[in-house]
Design a protein around this ligand. Structure first.
Ligand SMILES: CC(C)(COP(=O)(O)OP(=O)(O)OC[C@H]1O[C@@H](n2cnc3c(N)ncnc32)[C@H](O)[C@@H]1OP(=O)(O)O)[C@@H](O)C(=O)NCCC(=O)NCCS
Length: 305
């Protein structure tokens, strides 16, 4: 659909035509769906339709004529904003996507400081959401209760954007949603579950119980003992059955690190029966923690660290 954008002089020669467009049409998804002439004139006088950082353009379609307006805000910032409005007779024909594409070209060509162009719409404005998607814009945010609705409960505001670099390269960068799921909280929960499993593994009642040990030790578990001997899971289970240990244990100098998703490294000093050893365990959590490796090295008596 060939169309072009024509500069709109809101406070000058286009004033009356702009007032007519904004009062004649209803914009059901805008915070104020219908405006009076007085409200529009006041907004124009306040610079809402054109000032140093806001620009408005007519959308002129070669077949349909003047079909709507695009307003661009925050043009001196790295993130500029877009508001697209077609007149009622021109909605429902896919003109919105051509207009948004033209507005994107305009912003990135004419405003070098702009790195991202963003638009927000009400969550139930399917035509606008689809228009963003058709133009390769990416959904970046869903603001719950972020869109006031006159005489009703607020709805969500959804934000889409396009990056200058994607526009220049003809690519689409997908928003990295998993980053938004608070990996630090996930890591903390993972590490807490791993410590709990490590402590269970040190309990004499668990060490004497082959079935519970099999739950905590991975099938490919390996232990390097303080003597340097290498133990498999079956070997260590058999050894612990005859000598599960007794007495109080004490864990000090705890350190834990998530090495990769679901993989945790624990280091600590174990004090037991008057002796100390430095312990290293690697746990795979998938979803239950299972120890895959353990090593203990004696700390000589009297050694400070
Ligand atoms: C929003 C607007 C720009 C969309 O432009 P448009 O050219 O009218 O868009 P269309 O109605 O052709 O719809 C675009 C797409 O959404 C789909 N669509 C529209 N309404 C739909 C609905 N209720 N359910 C499912 N799909 C719908 C269309 O089928 C079309 O799909 P396609 O791209 O696969 O062909 C225009 O309707 C408008 O100016 N509305 C009033 C102002 C406004 O809400 N502006 C947004 C403020 S940011």
């Amino acid at each position: 659909m060939p169309l072009h954008l024509t500069p709109l002089a809101a406070a000058g020669e286009d004033r009356d035509e702009l007032v007519s467009f904004l009062t004649r049409n209803v914009f059901p998804f805008h915070v104020r769906p219908q405006s009076t002439e007085q409200q529009v004139r006041a907004a124009i006088d306040a610079g809402d339709w054109g000032n140093g950082e806001t620009e408005a353009l007519w959308i002129d379609d070669e077949e349909r004529g003047r079909v709507g307006i695009v307003r661009l805000h925050d043009l001196t910032d790295a993130t500029a904003m877009v508001d697209l409005r077609l007149g009622e007779p021109h909605r429902g024909f896919g003109v919105g996507a051509s207009a948004l594409a033209a507005a994107t070209d305009h912003v990135f060509r004419k405003h070098p400081a702009v790195l991202r162009l963003e638009g927000q719409t009400r969550e139930d404005n399917i035509a606008m959401r689809r228009t963003f998607e058709r133009c390769g814009w990416v959904l970046e945010a869903h603001y719950r209760d972020g869109w006031p609705v006159a005489d009703g409960e607020p709805l969500a505001s959804v934000a889409f954007s396009v990056l200058r670099r994607d526009w220049a390269n003809g690519t689409t960068t997908v928003a990295p949603w998993p980053v938004l799921t608070d990996p630090s909280r996930d890591a903390k929960a993972l590490i807490a579950a791993t410590w709990e499993a490590e402590e269970r593994l040190l309990t004499p009642a668990v060490r004497a119980d082959a079935a519970r040990l099999r739950e905590l030790l991975a099938a490919d578990f390996v232990e390097i003992g303080q003597s340097g001997r290498r133990w498999t899971r079956d070997e260590i289970i058999a050894a612990l059955a005859s000598d599960p240990g007794r007495g109080e244990i004490e864990i000090g100098e705890r350190e834990a690190r998530q090495l990769a998703p679901g993989l945790v490294l624990l280091n600590y000093v174990l004090r037991f029966d008057g002796r100390s050893s430095r312990r290293t365990s690697i746990w795979r959590v998938d979803p239950e923690p299972r120890c895959v490796f353990h090593q203990g090295t004696s700390v000589p008596r009297g050694s400070a660290r």
